[in-house]
Design a protein around this ligand. Structure first.
Ligand code: FRU
Length: 476
């Protein structure tokens, strides 16, 4: 999986001391350069400094989206797991706050989730409407030799500025292997809290609690071929509130569809594949306004990461999930969250455009940087290969012969006779949504190569519409 969780040997003293001595502050040496570095994504979340992995504790509170994340504030590599913390009112402009959870005698602060506790719903010593975080304390490292991963809670009574770890931690003792990644949510019909928890291999358990302190195990479920980072949520099918399915989600973006009665998840179908490419360990907001199901993933890297940058790795775009019925059945469908529209500028648009192999490419003069392409392509176009080439090496191309999409979105039959592509380029990333599926990868914008070319091989491509938008920096 590109990154090993077992750490052998001892932690260098300097890192052990680091979380005592180094206070995360709003100012860093080289502060003026932050967000202007060569490799810095301009509309994806990155931490100001250091490593990041999984999004954690996604919760909406008081007009703010909170994004916590697995973070090593002191270095470029995975270590010292801390919950970084940032807030935004629009999912794109983030303000980093001091860390939410720091490692301590409980161990490293592994992935987990957050909720706003409704009135009277917890016996934790907190005021109503407090933020409550559920996390894994993992002390398997050599400095805590006999410690095994357990589940704990922490809370904030000041809207997420400061956090207190519950004195009675852990709330779920060690169960099995590296059990981890509690995703808590409130189940209104049962009037209790639910915690899907990762066990081992494809196995997950479900716990319930009336008070967030005493948890009872109710059942197990599996996401075959996936593991880690559960999410569990209900969505209407094709917008019909009387026909819903529960989605049991794993770190690789594989998911089971089924039912959930508050205690047991019963799978009906799956595993289905949603993510392709480098996305991993995503989770969604349970309490987003307008009943939206907004999801962030982590764009991990199998290569050297962003070597040379003072930060490492980025989140995916925020995306809104729905369930839609297509030729394969009911599937998770995603669109980039609508807030991206607030960052668009200099839009160029073509309607009923026909491009042939020898046509002048209307996108040829477009320069690199940050941009979005929206295309609705008529699938009856005669070309055998249709799509876009990004910085010479990266194809986002539909092949008529086998109806597959390079860039790994997999088989893609046209929907209502159309192929809909939305493609996003940021400083070091390419993300492609095709008919509601998603793929992502890291790229390098190489000087001298064309940022984008239309691919029309072996015939003509008919665009019902084609748009290209520049995307403004969220940092400036
Ligand atoms: C997923 C994961 C989680 C774990 C975290 C540790 O990427 O392995 O299962 O909690 O990363 O950083």
């Amino acid at each position: 999986q590109g990154r090993k969780l077992t750490v052998s040997g001892s932690i260098p003293g300097v890192l052990k001391d680091a979380w005592e001595k180094v206070k995360i502050s709003d100012t860093y040496p080289g502060e003026e350069q932050i967000y202007q570095e060569d490799l810095r994504p301009q509309y994806h979340f990155t931490s100001r400094r250091g490593w990041l992995n999984d999004p954690n504790g996604l919760v909406y509170h008081d007009g703010n989206w909170h994004l916590f994340y697995q973070h090593n504030p002191y270095n470029h590599n995975w270590d010292n797991m801390t919950w970084g913390h940032a807030v935004s009112s629009d999912l794109f402009h983030w303000k980093e706050r001091p860390a939410g959870l720091n490692p301590d005698a409980e161990g490293y602060m592994y992935s987990g989730s957050a909720v706003v506790a409704p009135k009277g719903s917890t016996t934790l010593p907190v005021k109503d409407e407090s933020l409550v975080l559920a996390y894994t304390a993992n002390g398997f490292l050599s400095y805590l030799p006999d410690h095994k991963a357990v589940q704990s809670v922490a809370y904030s009574e000041d809207g997420g500025k400061t956090f207190t770890k519950f004195k009675g931690n852990p709330v779920v003792p060690h169960v099995i292997a590296e059990n981890r990644d509690p995703k808590i949510f409130w189940h209104e019909p049962s009037k209790h809290w639910v915690m899907p928890l990762y066990y081992d291999g494809p196995d997950y358990g479900i716990y319930v609690s009336k008070d967030m302190v005493k948890w009872e195990k109710t059942s197990d479920y599996k996401i075959p071929t996936d593991s880690e980072c559960p999410d569990l949520f209900e969505l209407p099918v094709d917008g019909d509130p009387n026909n819903t399915r529960w989605v049991a989600w794993g770190a690789q973006g594989k998911y089971m569809l089924g039912s959930f009665d508050g205690r047991t998840f019963k799978a009906e179908s799956g595993p289905h594949q949603y993510y392709f490419g480098s996305a991993y360990a995503g989770q969604s907001y349970d309490n987003a306004p307008e009943k939206r199901r907004v999801h962030f993933g982590w764009m991990r890297d199998t290569g050297p990461g962003l070597n040379g940058a003072p930060f490492n790795l980025q989140m995916t775009l925020p995306m809104d999930f729905t369930l839609r019925t297509d030729s394969k059945g009911i599937r998770v469908h995603a669109e980039p969250s609508k807030e991206i529209e607030g960052l668009r500028q200099d839009t160029k648009e073509w309607k009923d455009l026909v491009v042939e192999p020898l046509s002048v490419d209307p996108l040829a003069e477009f320069e690199g940087g940050q941009f979005e392409i929206e295309a609705v392509i008529d699938a009856s176009s005669s070309a055998s290969e249709i799509g876009f080439k990004i910085f010479q090496d990266h194809l986002a191309v539909w092949k008529r012969a086998d109806q597959t999409f390079t860039g790994a979105n997999g088989p893609q039959s046209p929907v209502d006779g159309k192929i809909k592509i939305r493609l996003f380029v940021d400083t070091v990333s390419l993300e492609v949504f095709v008919n509601g599926t998603y793929t992502s990868r890291y790229i390098r914008q190489t000087a001298g190569t064309k940022p984008v070319r239309i691919v029309a091989n072996g015939g003509e491509v008919k665009f019902d519409s084609l748009k290209i938008h520049r995307i403004k920096s969220a940092w400036k």
